[in-house]
Design a protein around this ligand. Structure first.
Ligand code: MN
Ligand code: MN
Length: 477
């Protein structure tokens, strides 16, 4: 009871920083909204397990919401405040924008996330036959714990591009009637040597071969009849030959669907939530932006899990090229100084996940500075490891601005860092945008089992994160 508190207690409450559990601080309506939002999220996850699928789903949703491709616009076109545009980069990355009332030279508000996730990629010459079985060679992508990827049902997603330019879409293992793939593991009875090994060596990268078939072709004059049979099936189904795999991008991902986790259904369990949880939240937020002072931009990038390299990663010129074209369309007196000014006055939430405290693995975090499931949006001032090396650090001035707008709009947030100082760490896309002058902070939700085939997030955190991104677009000056 308020009146029974001593003056000291009341002052102490005022002076002390405490994070809040959102479930405790939400009413029934908000909880319902959080659950509803996550129904849409789970369905989206099942449709968008790869960066290409995310991009095409994002285009579909963008067009449904009145966005037009800037590649379809003439340079002579005019864009009024409120106009909604998007641009796709090589089918793997997309930027969406809603034109604000003030000119682009005054900076834009960006929410940036990545839409690639750790997985297992097929090699370019993958198919081989051994002991009457056909397997596919792979090279994993991003930071996986290899032992997590054996003995689970796997699906194949991706494209095979033929020399005539035709793109064959492949998706096997998602339909109830589809077969799935798997990587086998050794039976415990024979695993004495394997079990003595370090976890990182027990399953090797070169050993992640995908079980794919075992029926030999009837023609016994052919060598490797099982492989021949598989090639025949592929040729009938996709009109491809073995050489076509060399110009293919085929990704092996878990075959299971997103699920509620827990008797109270408070968590979402799914593959690829790093970083589709924030990507989805950011995409949903920009789709709802209508009338903003600063131009709102949603940047969904590829290749973050391997360092944001290449022309689809956040180290590419994609964002600058997009803004340059937008500026030229808005003002035909466009010059480079205007673009540089736009970048250095822009602000960005690097929307990525944080490692939540896990009661099963307590020793790895400083609980005073770690993020917790259900305690809201995570504001992570810095990334990097062992002396903040290799990361990006947000400026205190920017964090103060964010605290102000989030506190004023009932966004429950917490601070976070990846783990104990000398233990390890990581980076996000933040540093690459910071390098070109943008004010950036890492800002997303806490995750358990990050980079595993089945990552865990809290529904209430997801709901708050989406709300926070909308507030950022509306309120950030
Ligand atoms: Mn991430
Ligand atoms: Mn990651």
């Amino acid at each position: 009871m308020e009146e029974n508190k001593s003056a000291g207690q009341l002052l102490n409450e005022k002076l002390t920083y405490k994070s809040k559990n959102i479930w405790e601080n939400s009413n029934e309506d908000e909880k319902k909204l959080a659950f509803q939002f996550c129904e849409g999220y789970k369905q989206f996850l099942d449709r968008a397990k790869t960066e290409r699928e995310f991009t095409s789903e994002a285009v579909r949703k963008a067009e449904e919401n009145g966005f037009i491709s800037i590649d379809s616009l003439e340079l002579e076109a005019k864009l009024k405040p409120g106009a909604k545009v998007y641009q796709v980069n090589r089918n793997k990355s997309i930027i969406l924008g809603v034109i604000g009332r003030s000119g682009l030279e005054t900076g834009v508000n960006i929410v940036g996330a990545h839409i690639d996730s750790p997985r297992v990629d097929l090699k370019q010459n993958p198919i081989y036959e051994d002991t009457g079985m056909v397997l596919l060679k792979t090279h994993y992508y991003g930071g996986i714990k290899k032992y997590q990827w054996v003995t689970i049902p796997l699906a194949m997603h991706g494209v095979i591009v033929k020399t005539a330019g035709e793109i064959v879409d492949v998706k096997i293992g998602e339909d109830e009637s589809d077969p799935v793939f798997t990587i086998t593991d050794l039976l415990p009875h024979l695993a004495q040597d394997q079990m003595q090994k370090k976890m990182m060596d027990a399953i090797t990268g070169e050993g992640l071969n995908i079980l794919t078939g075992s029926i030999p072709s009837e023609d016994d004059k052919v060598k490797e009849r099982v492989k021949f049979n598989i090639l025949k099936i592929l040729n009938e189904r996709y009109k491809i030959t073995e050489e076509d795999f060399i110009s293919a991008e085929l990704e092996i991902v878990p075959a299971f669907k997103a699920k509620d986790v827990g008797i109270d259904r408070s968590f979402v369990g799914a593959y690829g939530q790093d970083d589709r949880v924030c990507s989805y939240g950011a995409l949903d937020a920009i789709l709802q932006v209508n009338n903003v002072e600063k131009t709102a931009v949603c940047y969904l990038s590829d290749k973050e899990e391997v360092g944001s390299m290449g022309n689809t990663g956040a180290q590419s010129a994609f964002l600058e090229n997009f803004l340059a074209k937008l500026m030229y369309i808005g003002n035909k007196k466009y010059n480079d100084i205007m673009l540089r000014s736009c970048l250095s006055k822009s602000k960005m939430l690097s929307a990525d996940v944080n490692s939540g405290v896990d009661p099963n693995y307590e020793g790895v975090q400083d609980k005073r500075n770690a993020s917790f499931m259900g305690k809201g949006l995570v504001l992570q001032k810095y990334t990097g490891s062992r002396g903040k090396v290799g990361g990006s650090e947000a400026n205190a001035e920017f964090i103060a601005e964010l605290r102000k707008i989030f506190n004023a709009n009932n966004i429950i947030w917490q601070t976070g860092e990846i783990g104990k100082v000398d233990l390890g760490g990581g980076g996000t896309i933040a540093q690459f945008l910071a390098n070109i002058g943008v004010e950036v902070i890492d800002c997303g939700v806490a995750v358990l089992s990050m980079h595993s085939p089945f990552e865990i997030t809290s529904k209430i955190d997801i709901y708050i994160m989406n709300k926070a991104y909308k507030v950022f677009y509306q309120e950030m000056k």
